[in-house]
Design a binder for this molecule. Structure first.
Ligand SMILES: Nc1ncnc2c1ncn2[C@@H]1O[C@H](COP(=O)(O)OP(=O)(O)OP(=O)(O)O)[C@@H](O)[C@H]1O
Length: 221
């Protein structure tokens, strides 16, 4: 029997209502996300990457078409049902490192808080795995932006999610820091946690197992 895809999108559209009228951010989008490996949504600014990521993250609802997660139509869920599913299954990492962490907690405190939300303890060796050994007692503000972003992926992993969604995870980093974040992303996917990233970073696209190319809200390849 064929394995169920993690996500199946069919004819997905997302409209935003603005005072100036309706903006069709995404239209007629079909793609699947397998339950393994790294998928990158790529395309120029305004092509709909973040919008689709918010749909996958159960933050926004598609205004047309169907979105299945584990074979289940998430469009039929109530607001509360979507929130519960999001908490249980999805970890999101945003582009600005401080947005992903709790600033008044230490590095270890952030990992423990993330693990607690999944009812687990953080992995012993997680800081080594992230390449930031010995920082458990540090304030997160004492880490560089790239180190904070790696910690954000560590917190995502600690939540034991079904998928990690990352919106432009390297766009605020210099090339060296971005490379280290990409290494962590690759290792997450290799560890069996599927990753979907929205990005126009060619280095990230290079490492993808699957690239969904978008232009003006439509899939072009
Ligand atoms: N909340 C919103 N209200 C109105 N229009 C929006 C909203 N969010 C996005 N859009 C519009 O939808 C389209 C797709 O935006 P989106 O942010 O998904 O693209 P993107 O590919 O992620 O771009 P970027 O790389 O600049 O983040 C754009 O035309 C954008 O202006």
């Amino acid at each position: 029997m064929a394995e169920t895809a993690l996500y199946e999108l069919r004819g997905v559209g997302v409209d935003y209502r603005t005072p100036a009228g309706v903006v069709q951010a995404v239209r007629g989008v079909d793609f699947d996300v397998a339950g393994a490996g790294m998928t990158v949504l790529s395309g120029p600014s305004g092509s709909g990457k973040s919008t689709l990521l918010r749909v996958l993250g159960l933050i926004d609802r598609a205004t047309a078409g169907t979105v299945l997660m584990d074979g289940r139509d998430v469009g039929g869920l109530t607001h509360r049902g979507r929130r519960a599913l999001r908490r249980e299954r999805v970890a999101m990492v945003f582009q600005a490192p401080p947005d992903n962490l709790i600033g008044h907690l230490t590095v270890g405190g952030n990992l423990r808080a993330a693990a607690q939300s999944a009812g687990t303890e953080p992995d012993e060796g997680i800081l080594d795995w992230l390449g930031i050994p010995g920082t458990a007692g540090w304030r997160v503000g004492a880490l560089s932006g790239g180190q904070q972003q790696r910690l954000a992926f560590g917190c995502a992993l600690a939540r034991n999610p079904a998928v990690v969604l990352a919106d432009e995870p390297t766009s605020q980093l210099d090339a060296a820091s971005a490379g280290l974040v990409l290494d962590v992303l690759g290792r997450l996917a290799a560890r069996g946690v599927p990753v979907v990233a929205a990005s126009h970073d060619p280095e990230l696209v290079e490492r993808a197992d699957r690239v969904v190319r978008l232009r003006e809200g439509e899939v072009v390849g």
